[in-house]
Design a protein around this ligand. Structure first.
Ligand code: NAP
Ligand code: MG
Length: 453
């Protein structure tokens, strides 16, 4: 059995060593999950809800430990890691109400009664990335369990610790053995078995577009259900009539949160030409003010990048001759630090404008008018999120309706709430997570006709 040593990205110290699951152990987990799911499906809706609420309570009771663990494993600032653990609790509580609300329909037909049922799919494999390990896992496992499925969770190799802890908490809360299993391992081994093992009936994947395409193609072989949450290159569109002070003050937090390792990062700032100079004057102090440093410090807003390998990948986008407008600060010494960086590329097709960098690097581009803003915003294969800053309500609505992306915000950068749907257009994904309908995507609709004559 191979293992992986987790490194703290803030100081490069060793955190712990995790044993990795192999293909055979994955298959055995699938077999246990198939059995556990059959029993779970027979648990009453109210009892399912009670167990999910107990799971939420267990997460709440362990919140500080989960947050500290995420901080050490992923380098997230402690205040943000606490928010993430709290979010897992909230997602569980929200979907704890779902088992009793999985309503079917009664459809008027001749000669009988016609009703629909939302049956569980069976075993669901959830594959998560390293950027938000706990929260993204919960978006999959909470609604899937609520809808009567068993869940196998494969965390990213770099960030397994909080997922492993969540698996323990589920058992402590009384969830049946085998119903929710966490399987740390290689994507090419454990993740791949989720795709190929016929016992897994749905794969929920969050990660890169390249791996997502491969998973979708693999799932086709068994017509396996799939949800994909993939990359992004979202636009933050600032019109000249906006509250420029507010837009500039908020812009760094729309892209540099989690050191830019956020699929929703507004990594392209598009500014109406007439306001461009003023906006840049306002943006510079806002970027300088981002507090980058020790994740354990309560005042820290941005930590390090997740790994040395990722630091190299991000750095490759900012060679010495880059068109840098200005930079924020970052600590020296050990750790995978990268200062917030604002680029002003001269071409709209520069790779810093088109590629998802997944680090604290933003490209600012001017536009001429509303039509030009939309052309530029939509000139990407991605379509996950975006922001629009304007005081013109009509324009806000027109632009929000015309940007080809799943999650837009006006005069803010908010995008994730557990009670509202989340997901991407175009190559940013397939399907939606969160919101009131998420449990339905973990069910099959069954239609039953009962003759009355
Ligand atoms: P990744 O390389 O695609 O990995 C994601 C997960 O897939 C990891 O658990 C990985 O395991 C696993 N994996 C790798 N190869 C696999 C295979 N052949 N079969 C099955 N699973 C496989 O992505 P990442 O580098 O971790 O994350 C960054 C990307 O995720 C970015 O593009 C970002 O935009 C995207 N993302 C999207 C969202 C969203 O909601 N739309 C949210 C967060 C992140 P290993 O760790 O073992 O390689
Ligand atoms: Mg990867």
């Amino acid at each position: 059995m191979s293992s992986y040593t987790v490194i703290n990205p803030a100081d490069e110290s060793e955190v712990s060593t995790v044993e990795l699951v192999d293909a055979q152990a994955t298959d055995e987990a699938v077999t246990r999950a198939v059995a556990a799911q059959k029993s779970w499906a027979r648990v009453s809706p109210a009892d399912k809800g009670t167990l999910l609420r107990r799971f939420a309570e267990a997460v709440d009771g362990d919140l500080e430990n989960l947050a500290t663990t995420e901080m050490r494993n992923s380098g997230h600032p402690i205040t943000q890691a606490r928010w993430e653990a709290g979010h897992v609790r909230d997602v569980l509580n929200y979907y704890a109400a779902a088992p009793e609300r999985l309503f079917g329909r009664q459809i008027p037909v001749a000669g009988g009664l016609d009703v629909t049922f939302h049956e569980p799919i069976g075993v669901v494999g959830v594959i998560t990335p390293w950027n938000f390990p706990m929260t993204i896992a919960a978006w999959g496992f909470a609604p899937a369990l609520a809808a009567g499925n068993a869940v196998l969770l494969k965390p990213a190799e770099w960030t397994p610790l909080t997922s492993i802890r969540l698996g323990e908490l589920a058992l402590e809360a009384g969830l049946p053995e085998g119903l929710f299993q966490v399987l740390p391992g290689h994507g090419s081994i454990v993740g791949e078995r989720f795709v190929t093992n016929p016992g897994v009936r749905k794969v929920v994947f969050t990660g890169s577009t390249v791996v997502g395409k491969r998973i979708m193609a693999g799932c086709a072989d068994q017509v396996k259900r799939v949800t994909l949450e993939l990359g992004g290159k979202s636009a933050n569109i600032v019109f000249a009539d906006a509250d420029l002070e507010k837009a500039a003050a908020a812009a760094p937090y729309g892209v540099f949160e989690n050191a830019g390792q956020d699929c929703c990062a507004r990594s392209r700032i598009l500014v109406e030409r007439s306001a461009y100079e003023r906006f840049m004057e306002l943006l510079e102090p806002a970027v300088a003010a981002v507090r980058v440093g020790d994740p354990g410090d309560e005042g820290t807003e941005m930590g390090p990048l997740v790994s040395a390998e990722h630091h190299t990948a991000v750095s490759a986008y900012v060679p010495d001759d880059s068109q840098v407008a200005f930079r924020g600060t970052a600590p020296e010494g050990p750790g995978y630090w990268f200062a917030p960086t604002v680029l002003v590329p001269s071409s709209r097709t520069d790779r810093v404008v088109t590629d998802e960098i997944f680090g604290p690097v933003v490209a600012v581009l001017p536009f001429d008018d509303e039509e030009d803003a939309l052309t530029l915003a939509n000139a990407t294969v991605f379509g996950l999120s975006g922001s629009i800053w304007t005081r013109d309500v009509g324009r806000a609505i027109r632009v929000a309706r015309s940007v080809d992306a799943g999650n837009l915000s006006v005069n803010s950068h908010s995008s994730v709430r557990y009670s509202t749907p989340f997901g991407g257009f175009k190559q940013s994904g397939l399907g939606r997570e969160l919101g009131p309908d998420a449990p339905l995507s973990f069910t099959e609709t069954k239609n039953v006709f009962l003759a009355v004559e």
